[in-house]
Design a binder for this molecule. Sequence first.
Ligand code: B3K
Ligand code: ZN
Length: 873
Amino acid sequence: PHPIHRRDYRPPEFLIDHVDLRFELDPDRTRVEASLQVRRNPAATRGDGTLRLDGEQLDLEEVAIDGHSLLPAEYRVEPDSLTLQRVPDRFRLDTRVRIHPNLNTALEGLYQSGDMLCTQCEAEGFRRITYFLDRPDVMARYRTTLVADRDRFPVLLSNGNRVEERLLEDGRHLVSWEDPFPKPSYLFALIAGDLSAIEDRFTTASGRDVVLQIFVEPHNLDRCDHAMQSLKKAMWWDEERFGREYDLDVYMIVAVSHFNMGAMENKGLNVFNDKFVLARPDTATDDDFQGIEGVIAHEYFHNWSGNRITCRDWFQLSLKEGFTVYRDQEFSADVGSRGVKRVADVRLLQAHQFPEDNGPMAHPVRPDAYVEINNFYTATVYNKGAELVRMQATLLGPELFRKATDLYFTRHDGHAVTTDDFVACMEDASGRDLMQFRRWYSQAGTPCLHIEATYDAERGSYSLLIRQEIAPTPGEPEKDPLHLPLAIALLDPQGRELALRLEGEPNAGDPGTRILELRNWETRLCFVDVPVRPVPSLLRGFSAPVQPRFDYDDADLLLLLRHDSDGYSRWNAARILMQRVLSAMIADPAAEAPGRFVEAFRGALTDPETDKALLAEVLTLPSESFLGDQMETVDVEGIHRARTALKRMLGERLAEALLRVYLDNADTEPYAPTPDAIGRRALKNLALSYLMAAGNAQGLALCRAQFADGGNMTDAIAALRLLVDHGGEEGPPALEAFYRRWSKEPLVLDKWFSVQATSSREGTLEVVIGLLQHPDFSLRNPNRVRSLVGAFCTANPARFHAGDGSGYRFLADRVLELDPLNPQIAARLLKALIRWRRYDAGRQTLMRAEIERILAADELSRDTFEVASKAVE
Ligand code: B3K
Ligand code: ZN
């Protein structure tokens, strides 16, 4: 397989203005007739009149130009294309193909999920449905006619508005849909199934009445309300914050149980992994409820950032994904708690994107080359991409940023554009120069910000020396300095914010945050009129996706932890403190947590002022993976031992306070996924986890009771996890009871698999291997694979990285089994192995050997091949 390069982009030689599709749907054999209005692209350089259409796994039956059938000698069919020579400048192309949805295990194109038929076309799935110019800069209007057996498939959906519906002979029926908005083929969708829907309405700001429908299998009808509420909130919010209204008369969401990722923003017909639709308090956790709200909003926001304005080519993926993630983050911050949301987003970025930047698959937010685009739906494109939008919003300020997004939406409506076009709108609306800022899109790697401070008591000055450092990444040995906003405040010894005046400025501003702009490798700044040695609160709100390095005293960190008004900064202070204690314990197994640290922890735990959800974030020990990321070489055993020991120490020394927190935050009202209630549950369950780590008898009794009560899934699963980890007598009966209660609920069963896969107990791998044979396990359902195999390999570092290599072998075996079935999922799993250079020599050898074993297999998919080969380059 060969890479595709961004620099090779050429506008398409032909355009397709209109597509007429007719499907005769059958899981074994679906017939697809396509009628395309094709014309030469006046904006492209004229070629020799050869039209090459994409198409894969299609049985071609007929090709006609302007109504005249072609003889097989007049076209060429290859495994991935159909080529026609010397076509006219403007013509109608008709094709007829057969496809086989029930053999489609890759879940790309048209496939079967349970009893229904559904599609997934992004990025390049449409070519598995019909021959087409399957690239996002070819935008067409679609009319889609679906014909199917009426009993088996009473509901037939596609994009846009329903324009025709009738019964046919022999029990079949026909439904036609028309989408008035030109769209790229990756936004095409169809659904056929025996589905029920809940329905609601939304009136847009300009008075358009929109029907909202969520389609699910009939037995799931009672768990769609939260999704519907989330959708209405998102529609309202996008009008308020971005001035964006919905544009069709109907907005449909369909939940399917076999889905490669979270959801898909097809125009007017979103298809969702059912995990991000279905929720009832007894089956879904707080995380699930919040995930649903976020993903429903994300896909809705794509209607403007993605669908109305789309990507010119797949290198521009972050144009829609980075911007839409930013939009969904802001939405969740506005409807929930901003500080907590920011901490969660930063945690995610650091857990997924920073490691990516520091591994063999590192790539810029706008990549330069790929072998398989599906490998680039990454934390870099999504989450770092969102950070780039956020930095531009910070640099411009709210008014100018809104002016810039308005300009973007008007200037590019209906077009396929680039990330450069986006930045140009930021510049044009604000008059600012973002030339240097653009480097963020083209340069990979996470910058380190080394900050040094000197206080001169006599002169009352506080000077900062800030150095950027960016390590080389694959293919990019040299880096250039970046333009970034550094948000900073200075706190006095009482924790109050000082008024800031930089040398040379006429007067001091109000006390609070100051945004400094860095552009060079080295920046020197001096604050004057600083009455006391201050404690700097750096990178407030995580104002740029960098790693700040500042040599804080423990006392400074304690002050930030207690007093900083910025949530990120408090959380970060707690984490540095915890990391220091843990590092000492890793180095010396006999080390104890210092008393001062324990007291600070107690202080935070019992702080009545702070948002409980933020407290839960602050008091959570850094994950084993995060701790590993901070080390030269990951010390798998040392980290696990130290973290377990610290948890136990805290549980022992603070038992009383923890018990009080547990009891004070018990639910008194019926379950509701409100920010306040979610925060209380998070804090309560965190307290319980410390008590359980210490083997506290009262904690165990509370845990058992909480599990037995099982009132809501958040509490039930938290208790189950702790009981399983506690071991001894507790785990097996709890698991069995849970299974008995939920064996008919796939999404709950996923949790049951996951809890077992992530247990830190020895012997977990054997349990996981056993579960591969469980009647409810299947390699064909991505959610199930993620819940067992994915959870073990990514969320259980101590067991996955077992020194004997058993975890690695297990993963490679699964990748080899999955690759022929579902390359996207196989390649994604494989990413757990590729950062082998971070480990000790023994593990390096073992990990590498497994990657080599995968590479030696014949017939690897492009997806898996690309990940494996880059890992050993
Ligand atoms: N755009 C889809 C992701 C498609 C992934 C294709 N491998 C979901 C989203 O980001 O909203
Ligand atoms: Zn998206």
